[in-house]
Design a protein around this ligand. Structure first.
Ligand SMILES: Cc1cc2nc3c(=O)[nH]c(=O)nc-3n(C[C@H](O)[C@H](O)[C@H](O)COP(=O)(O)OP(=O)(O)OC[C@H]3O[C@@H](n4cnc5c(N)ncnc54)[C@H](O)[C@@H]3O)c2cc1C
Length: 480
């Protein structure tokens, strides 16, 4: 195992894509599963916290910590005849895509897919552009291996529920906790198409199974350290067509509803102002034909048939009165998505004096039919505080990435952010939504988790204590 202690190395690991900076005591680079187990044993004995880390691209601060940062230097990937793919969690998603080749696909590509790792994606339950059709990471995890504190590495696999209920004490207790509280869990589940807040308790017991991997998906490194991931894959679509329409924020719901009727794979909001502010207007200029401040990218795909007939169907309906640009060449479509995928990278560099675009309410999600209400909420909340903001994201899932300009060094601005989070979260919960559709709770939202799940948060706490009794994994994150 390599140990990193140099100030420059630790400085690099003191940040992720969030607001909180914490300099770790050390970083450990494990080169085998047994080294992962050893590092957890040592940390437990020395009462040092451990923060597993992949690419460090997390937004609400869950891949930084004061103790040891645990990296894994293992990159194996194996594709089985069944199409399932087994890989090390340290593998970057773009490398997994390459290994799968032209025929197979694990369709969840976050915009950060060129740098984020498979382990970080599983631990955050990440999503990509194409969630309306293809879901989130939780829909693809078949099995895991990992180390929970106090144990050696082991398989974390779905098992028959009866077996779990009569199994070893930890599994038995976890299974009873979930089974006995299933109706409360179902009642409190946000009624959304994607969710990365809390543990995904409602997905653990299904079809006579105790699906332990689903408990680890979205657990943000708080229950165990993953050492291997097995994903289901799909055939790659044979064709795609991309429509680009324009809209104001106020009209967004109408444009999105019109496209949604045709069952798209992706339905995205793009904020033109980000490209203008960063002098990168050239990246999107050719898709813009009006002064409307936003664009809506809507993609259809299929394994059968062709894009032309779908394009005709959508164009014929002229739903919503929009007049979109239509693309069918793979290269053109990829070019448009590449431009869209730069949004957050560009946004992270935008400055208005000392003000930056801060996260906090950057990942709100509500039931898709409540998109209009979410947009109105954001306009009202930013408006009444006089805040400039950007807004982009996954309009088809009513999951918007809105960020206001604030100065994180000013207590007054941070108090504004607190008030904004408080009021937006309350409103989103009333709509049946969640604080985070794909970025996770991290340290930023941990203190609100009990209010999102007032009747089941205690179960999340018990599960945390069951798997990590000494609280060495990612303290302050999620179930703090
Ligand atoms: C420019 C940009 C664009 C983004 N776009 C998207 C997007 O489109 N969709 C989306 O969902 N997210 C997006 N994100 C957020 C982020 O990229 C994703 O959540 C990503 O999957 C995190 O992966 P990572 O390897 O960087 O994980 P890290 O940030 O390193 O870690 C994430 C979490 O996983 C835990 N973890 C990491 N490895 C392990 C392991 N082996 N075992 C257990 N726990 C582990 C960490 O402790 C942490 O809690 C974006 C971020 C940026 C900066």
């Amino acid at each position: 195992m390599r140990v990193l202690r140099r100030a420059s190395e630790l400085e690099e690991l003191s940040r992720d894509a969030g607001l909180i900076r914490l300099t770790p005591l050390m970083a450990l680079v494990a080169q085998s599963e047994s080294e992962v187990a050893e590092s957890l044993r040592d940390a437990g004995a020395r009462k040092i916290s451990v923060t597993p880390r992949g690419g460090g691209t997390s937004i609400p601060s869950q891949s930084v910590g004061r103790g040891a940062i645990l990296l894994q230097d293992m990159k194996r990937v194996e594709v089985a005849a069944s199409g399932d793919v087994r890989c090390h969690p340290g593998l970057v998603k773009a490398e997994l895509n390459k290994a799968l080749g032209q025929d197979r696909w694990m369709p969840i590509d976050p915009s950060s897919y060129a740098t984020c790792t498979v382990g970080g994606m599983v631990a955050n339950n990440s999503s990509g552009l194409r969630t309306p059709k293809y879901g989130s990471v939780i829909d693809y995890v078949r099995g895991l291996r990992g180390v929970v504190p106090g144990e050696d590495a082991k398989a974390l696999l779905p098992m028959a529920l009866d077996e779990a209920l009569g199994g070893e004490p930890r599994t038995r207790k976890a299974a009873f906790l979930i089974v006995e509280n299933q109706s409360k869990i179902a009642e409190e589940r946000p009624k959304v198409t994607k969710n990365s807040s809390g543990y995904r308790l409602e997905r653990v017991v299904h079809d006579g199974l105790f699906d332990l991997p689903k408990l680890f998906v979205g657990s943000e490194g708080t229950l165990g350290v993953l050492t291997e991931v097995t994903f289901a894959t799909r055939r790659r679509p044979r064709w795609r067509s991309l429509f680009i329409a324009e809209s104001s924020l106020e009209e967004l719901d109408r444009v999105v509803s019109a496209f949604r009727e045709h069952s798209p794979a992706a339905l995205e909001l793009v904020d033109k102002s980000v490209f203008r502010m960063m002098n990168r207007w050239d990246r999107v200029a050719k898709y813009s034909r009006s002064d409307s401040p936003y664009m809506v990218f809507c993609e259809f795909d299929g394994e059968e048939g062709d894009g032309a007939s779908k394009a005709e169907e959508v164009a014929m309906s002229r739903a919503g009165g929009y007049d979109p640009i239509v693309m069918q060449s793979a290269a053109e479509i990829q070019g448009a998505w590449d431009a869209r995928n730069e949004t957050l990278t560009l946004a992270q560099e935008i400055r208005k004096g000392p003000k930056i675009l801060v996260p906090g309410v950057e990942d709100l999600v509500v039931p898709p039919e409540r998109l209009g209400d979410l947009v109105r909420l954001l306009i009202d909340q930013f408006g009444k505080r006089g805040l400039d903001y950007i807004s982009y994201g996954h309009a088809g899932d009513a999951n918007l990435h809105a960020r206001p300009f604030l100065d994180p060094s000013q207590p007054k601005d941070m108090a504004t952010l607190d008030g904004l989070m408080e009021e937006c979260f309350e409103a989103v919960w009333k709509m049946g939504g969640s604080m985070t559709g794909e970025h996770g709770d991290g340290m930023l939202r941990a203190k609100y988790l009990e209010r999102q799940y007032p009747g089941t948060f205690w179960i999340m706490r018990e599960l945390k204590t069951l798997f990590d009794p000494k609280g060495i994994l990612n303290p302050g994150v999620k179930v703090a």
